[in-house]
Design a protein around this ligand. Sequence first.
Ligand SMILES: *Cc1c(COP(=O)(O)O)cnc(C)c1O
Length: 418
Amino acid sequence: MHYFKYKKSELYAEDVPVRKIAEKVGTPLYIYSEKTLLRHLQSYQQAFNGYPSTICFALKANSNLAVLRLLAKNGCGADVVSGGELYLAKKAGIPSKKIVYAGVGKTDEEIAAALKARILMFNVESSDELKAIDRVAGKLKVKAPIALRVNPDIDPKTHPYISTGLKKSKFGIPIENALEYYRLARKLNNVEVLGIHKHIGSQITTIKPFIDALKRVILLAHNLREQGIEIWHLDIGGGLGISYKDEEPPLPEDLSRAVLPLLEEGGFNLILEPGRSIAGNAGILVTKVLYLKKNPEKEFVVVDAGMNDLLRPSLYEAFHDVRPVIKNSRKKVLSDIVGPICESGDFLAKDRMINRASQGDLLAVMSAGAYAFTMSSNYNSRPRVAEVLVKGREFFVVKDRESHKDLVRGMKVPKHLT
Ligand SMILES: *Cc1c(COP(=O)(O)O)cnc(C)c1O
């Protein structure tokens, strides 16, 4: 569900015509809808209301400060995977006690920053990392709250690049060796074992992998308790899919209906880390048609947004629906929508039957609120685009478009070259 709808023949972001925002801010640009973000957050809060739980938004999906602030003000926590994300979460006012920290490559500096911030817990991915956290915590004379990220060896049946819970994955520790790792953790003086973490992948469109993985994790929790290792936080990660095309992924309430009965009387605090399912359909990328090209096989619509602005189609062959900002009744033609980057892999959409485009048309690339701007780069020395947040009839630029000056920020030419 989202609030990017047509009124008559014109696409609106909530109550603002998309065309109007594009005229004011220029293209390409990202537009996010407050109402959609809140609706998605609230659907999690309502689904798990009544069970002790913390919703920790995965910042890597969308880390715009205004978006984070909106979520923070509405009770949301954060799942961070770097010192930079920790900084953003704090800056947005997310309480430390609602911040969890995952990732296979935490540095000493990042660990120290998280300890000083007194986050809820580290989701630890290896025994080396466990020892590093123990060492850094010892130096700071604090106890590090930790969970071990286990890899339950469950196939989430999603794209291999966003599948994280299989044996061959770099993430987590194999669940069958988990007991060993927990025993090691218990021996360390400066860590306090609080939980178990799992996250098996992203854009998961059925409930079964969640349940299969959770059952293994609950079994582990009970085994640990028998060994006197008390597990309080059960962090079940993120991963719920969204509808890009015609997927019908489970909703948070479907997840809670399946998950909560398994937890009964466990006395756990449940942690969820949704990213895509909160932000994905709450954003669009608006781009302008620059040129039309024809070759004998098909037509190309060259637009002003490229793979540096939205990488998902190039990286995962991901599908994003592309819609005209102003509907027209031109003939439909088979088209590729491509960007200006000098790479054959630079496309936003392939083989789409769309109304023949015309120079200057605005197109909306849908479902671009997650893993979109956060993956953007300056490749081909293109300034990163602006981001706008819409609230009802109002809209706010929440990140300025970069300038050419921004492209050389921090660069220095050594003296012998001047
Ligand atoms: C990426 C990630 C998430 C968020 O996944 P979504 O599919 O966007 O919900 C949650 N937890 C961890 C550890 C992640 O790496």
